[in-house]
Design a protein around this ligand. Sequence first.
Ligand code: HEC
Length: 145
Amino acid sequence: MTGPRLPGLALMAAIVAACSPGDDATSDSGPTDAAVIAQGETLYADFCASCHGANLEGEPDWRQRNPDGRLPAPPHDASGHTWHHSDETLFNITKYGTAAFAPEGYETDMAGFEDVMSDEEIRAVLAYIKSEWPEDIREIQSGIE
Ligand code: HEC
């Protein structure tokens, strides 16, 4: 009985640190540990997959406008342009919807999730999306202001 010793926890921390060389402590993208990513994956399936695809693949022909003039949902994988945006922009689009950042009257199917998810949950979804990107894409995206 020499007080609390948590070798298991320390080891875990070391492993997590070793596994994510691109995620340094200066990143403000929030926690990206396995539990958060798993939570984000569930939220993604519930709230995003119906439009953005179960595997982040987006809608077919997503570059072509629908007959109603609106854009289809783009992929969130490396083939789309989600990774061209900063963490802050991705957070804001998810929270407030695309229309909040477009000229007045812009019509879009991307509504905000402000009333559906907490900020923490939005960050978890984005952490999951990012966890699916190849390392080089993550690196480029993390440098976008
Ligand atoms: C009802 C369909 C629908 C759902 C559900 C939906 N989206 Fe979207 N999303 C869209 C469409 C359509 C666009 C493109 C909007 C535009 O440019 O007008 C879009 C665009 C985006 C963008 C901008 C991507 C880029 O490359 O510019 C982000 C980020 C995004 N969605 C995140 C999410 C997340 C995260 C969820 C789940 C929490 C989600 N969306 C759920 C339809 C949807």
